[in-house]
Write a protein that binds this ligand. Structure first.
Ligand SMILES: Cc1ncc(C[n+]2csc(CCOP(=O)(O)OP(=O)(O)O)c2C)c(N)n1
Length: 526
């Protein structure tokens, strides 16, 4: 039944009808009708200190919960501030809905100087999301929200952008609220499944590579791996989909040098929900000599970076179950233990400067802990392959776009979605400054959240690259910041550590605290 609502009310009612319980954002002159409706709704609003933080927090929420995260901003510079977060979510296939007012209906967009007017806001946002919509009436809003949710949650997850002209946010009209549009899981065709099953049944040395797209398929993935006796290697976004303590787990390190040989030695490779992208395969593309089978929900991604022998287009969970059904074989000779030792030795060489920190952190973590990382060496050379995690969606890391400043706000979103589960953030001294304002947002939430800042006195990766190229070392040193004092000034706790030996205790205390704790530690060069 249609009810009279203004645009802001229609939007908020539509979000509620889609099960949205938390939104991240900042109010402004142009989105006040949305905030008026939010104040009267059941939705909790988390006030970030920059819109980029709202975008990353919505991403962290989405990665942890498996449900879309929502960020609301005002127009112009505010929504542009979310663009890097949208690009990150796009590249990592994360459903994030960004909502903002736009220029009024029938506005010529000629630079007439309306507050926040930019040349082409809709186009700017359309270029960084998977799906975008600008409505033209209040009555359209519920369907537009339902369509954005359908776009984000069917097929390959991607961020979406919804623009509401600012004049219709205040306008009242009869509105009918709509719930989520029904969807069904896509399953691969029977003939392709049969071919894949035959290849796997005949393989002597199968290997599974599990990407972020397998996050919702942990159980069927484990069952198939056990049936095959296949070692499971994950990409960064797939880390933990098989517990890293499992006998068949080779951890997350598709980039490690020995992986090339592991791949060559495998006569069948099943890649699930991964683009096999260079942002994971640092030492060159996957060169499978055996039969390559790929499962992907997205037909446009199933051939990226390596053409498969068999392409199974379908939902990871349904397709893995269908593959396992009717697959009869003895488990292959166990290769996992031997390869785990090889890869461990690679990852320890790569992560040598972080092993002390990571071992101390590991001692403080529960089995279902979540680590939210930034694009810092401590994460990609360190935690990715040297800190075992045991749940899907437990390593949140900006893989595809590699944006700095992701870790702190994404940890805020993750903590909200994770409830009592432990969440830890790990950032470099450079990256943490990109979104340091979000310490104030984190403090207001009053949640236990250790934020570990690994300090190497600047932009370490870039400094190393300059040295490697024999270039002058230029513009990479950062003046020391008193991070514990900065944290305290923003309502968090702050601790400075002399050595990683003290980290277990510091993190344990941070988990028991009534607010976030910044733990400052220096990189230990070895
Ligand atoms: C938004 C953004 N700007 C710039 C870069 C380029 N960049 C990559 S690594 C890096 C240095 C990061 O320093 P820090 O966070 O301290 O980590 P470290 O490299 O020292 O481990 C920079 C500037 C980036 N990845 N993202």
């Amino acid at each position: 039944m249609a009810t009279d609502m203004n645009g802001g009310q229609a939007l908020v009612a539509a979000l509620e009808a889609h099960g949205v319980r938390t939104v991240f954002g900042i109010p402004g002159t142009h989105n006040l009708p949305i905030y008026g409706a939010l104040a009267e709704s059941q939705i909790t609003h988390v006030l970030t200190r920059h819109e980029q933080g709202a975008g990353y927090a919505a991403d962290g929420y989405a990665r942890t919960s498996g449900k879309p995260g929502v960020a609301i901003t005002t127009s112009g510079p505010a929504i542009l501030n979310t663009a890097a977060a949208a690009a990150q979510a796009y590249s990592d296939s994360i459903p994030v809905l960004l909502i903002s007012p736009g220029l009024p209906l029938r506005h010529p967009s000629n630079g007439n100087g309306i507050l926040h007017e930019i040349k082409n806001q809709t186009g700017a946002m359309d270029s960084v999301v998977g799906h975008s919509q600008r409505v033209t009436s209040v009555a359209e809003i519920p369907l537009a929200v339902a369509q954005c949710f359908a776009a984000m949650t069917s097929g390959r997850p991607r961020p979406a952008y919804l623009e509401i002209p600012l004049d219709i946010l205040d306008e009242a009209a009869p509105v009918t609220i709509l719930g989520p549009i029904a969807q069904s899981a896509v399953t691969a065709p029977v003939a392709a499944l049969e071919t894949a099953r035959a290849l796997l049944a005949a393989a002597d040395s199968p290997l599974i590579i599990a990407g972020g797209g397998s996050s919702g398929a942990a159980t069927p993935l484990r069952e198939l791996a056990e049936l095959l006796g296949a070692p499971v290697l994950t990409t960064t976004n797939g880390k933990g989909v098989l517990p890293e303590s499992h006998d068949l787990s080779l951890g997350a390190g598709v980039h490690l040098p020995s992986v090339k040989e592991l791949v060559t030695e495998s006569d069948a490779i099943l890649a699930v929900g991964t683009e096999l992208a260079p942002s994971d395969f640092w030492y060159g593309p996957l060169e499978a000599e055996g039969k390559l089978i790929r499962i992907d929900i997205d037909p446009t991604s199933v051939c990226t970076n390596a053409i498969p022998e068999v392409a199974l287009i379908g939902d990871a969970s349904a397709t893995l179950r269908a593959l396992t059904d009717g697959l009869v074989r003895e488990p292959a000779t166990q290769r996992a233990a031997q390869w785990r030792i090889r890869l461990r030795s690679d990852s320890e060489v790569e992560g040598k400067n972080y092993l002390g920190i990571l071992a101390a952190l590991d001692k403080a973590l529960d089995e279902d802990a979540i680590l939210v990382g930034d694009s810092t060496m401590a994460c990609y050379y360190g935690a990715m392959a040297n800190l075992p995690l045991h749940r899907p969606r437990s390593f949140l890391y900006p893989t595809g776009v590699g944006t700095l400043g992701y870790g702190l706000p994404a940890a805020i979103g993750a903590k909200i979605a994770a409830g009592d589960r432990q969440v830890v953030a790990m950032l470099g001294d450079g990256g943490v400054m990109f979104t340091i304002a979000e310490l104030a947002a984190a403090a207001e939430l009053a949640v236990p959240l250790p934020i570990i800042v690994v300090d190497n006195g600047g932009y370490g990766e870039i400094r190393d690259e300059m040295i490697e190229r024999s270039d002058p070392v230029h513009a990479v040193g950062l003046a020391a910041i008193d991070f514990p004092a900065l944290a305290r000034s923003m309502g968090c706790l702050g601790v400075g550590l002399e050595s990683s030996a003290d980290l277990t205790d510091a993190v344990t205390k941070a988990f028991a605290a009534d607010r976030p704790t910044v733990i400052h530690i220096r990189e230990e060069k070895s």
